[in-house]
Design a protein around this ligand. Sequence first.
Ligand code: CDM
Ligand code: ATP
Length: 292
Amino acid sequence: MLITAPAKINLYLGVHEQTDEEGYHGVDTVMTTLDIADTLAIAPSDRLMVKTVPEADFPQESNSAYKAAVAMGEAFGREPNFAILIDKHIPICAGLGGPSTDAAATIMGICRYWGVDPRDERIDAVARSIGADVPFFLYGPPAHLDGRGDTMREMFRPLTGTPVALVKPMTGGVSTVEAYRRFDESPVPAGELEPMLDAMRAHDEDAVFSHVSNNLAPVARELCPEIGEILDWLREQPDVRAVNICGSGATVFAVCKTQMAAEKIGIAAMKEHGWWAQAAKMEKSGPFIAVG
Ligand SMILES: C[C@](O)(CO)[C@H](O)COP(=O)(O)OP(=O)(O)OC[C@H]1O[C@@H](n2ccc(N)nc2=O)[C@H](O)[C@@H]1O
Ligand SMILES: Nc1ncnc2c1ncn2[C@@H]1O[C@H](COP(=O)(O)OP(=O)(O)OP(=O)(O)O)[C@@H](O)[C@H]1O
């Protein structure tokens, strides 16, 4: 089985100062998927094994896909004996949700093999146990989530095809754990949520892109000053409708008027600054089974 596992961007991220008993922050977020994606090949095997291309510098047991398979096994009382090969295209520590979409894709694949309905309530619990972003990927379309950022509130009509330029420092990234820790030291108030929700409900693109907001952005800039340079540079580029940080960084996204503008920005970011860059488009869904 081959599964396409897309990245995400946060059109809105509002982190609240309050934390729950496990230290997780209250979060409101509006996310959409992109057409940049990892690919997972999943096949039955004599034991659980996860490999990535390029090869990961951490043990397979730490891989979100491995953890998702183990959690599925525990939830359904079965041996999750699958060989999972992940072709990585989504950069890590990038705020693009790579580990989370791989986990969601793994859950979907195992559901298909075991004949489990992905809407089974145990699936939502498995997804949340792996990470706050995982439930979003299981649902798919652009959505507003609250709680830890893991509770679905409302789904919206997709902004499919909208061009986006992604730019990040070539090396280094921002660890999500570190970003939230730093936020606690110097919290920033969240931007206004309601205008973004109204704009998404109305499918009013201009209004959506004028309310793009992320109150982890100051923390990400502080942890990685190059992010600030990228933000400032992207804001000066032609045909850009909105610029902000993906999740906790280190990727910065620019919503563009045309695909050509996104491509040109990507090329200039690589050639003139040596940054990692890629042109992408907004997608309509989360991970999907491409073959199998
Ligand atoms: C930054 C975002 O990507 C925005 O969508 C998410 O909030 C993070 O989602 P994620 O990577 O799936 O996060 P998890 O793997 O669940 O959590 C990583 C760490 O981030 C912090 N964390 C995460 C989510 C949240 N609502 N509050 C938190 O404080 C916790 O320290 C947690 O240990
Ligand atoms: N399937 C996976 N792909 C990539 N990294 C993984 C995977 N599973 C676990 N990891 C670990 O997760 C780390 C990155 O976690 P982090 O949450 O900071 O990343 P991220 O790419 O910014 O994702 P998110 O946008 O969900 O926060 C990697 O350094 C790696 O150790």
